[in-house]
Design a protein. Sequence first.
Length: 280
Amino acid sequence: MSAAITTSRLVKKYRTTRAVDGVTLSAAPGVVGLLGPNGAGKTTLMRMIATVVAPDAGSMRLLELDPADPRERVEIRRRIGYLPQAPALYAGFTPFDLVDYVAVLKEHTDRSWRRRETRRVLELVGLQDQMHMKIRILSDGMKQRVALATALIGTPELLVLDEPATGLDLQQRLHLGSLLAQSPTVIFATHNIAEMAALCQHVYVMVAGRIRFSGRPAELTELAVGQVWEDDRQDSNTIRSWPTSAGTYRHLGRPPANAQMVEPSLDDGYLLLVSQAQQQ
């Protein structure tokens, strides 16, 4: 099956800073995670994939269409759902009004269909009892679910989600996972490692504008094999060290002789990769 997203050497610059620096990736059907520290360039890359901003260099195909072609870009926008990192919601609207308005912007002209679809997506995100309340009085988590509902209009073939679980409690995060599993292709950006591990079949790690890792979560964990140990004392000659709940110190890096080695976690693999990339 063809990849829903393919990019080749994408570049986006802001003055002298390369926010995205030669990114090549591919997203096949399933859930793909884009992981990285704050400032890694994840949001800029997601905005390009959502066709909000154009790259300065490189090429991209979305749903086998070229977003550089204006006619094909319009067709792409009809077939994707996008949740930005900081969605702008009209506080005076109700969730029902806002979702219906976004459906109009996506050129759904059948009013009866829009009303049914608006109810459907609001029920999907658990807002059936709040759909006619003003957005200004909703909690942050409810507002995030309103924004998610707008991304789900029309059952998009591709979901582009930037930090989708922001403001959601544990139960809502689990429900989000169920929603994403039902979508044909999802790419979502996060800096939450546990969230990525729970939802993704494939993960990219982005540091300083570049893709530094591509693979399964288990493969990211394996990067730290033989480089994690615990001791009663903190060793300053490590890449990272931190106290544990057991009162020991966990260390990441080149172990000393006779170190008490432990099995690495996904956090260890990620921290090792990011630390090494930032030192280059």
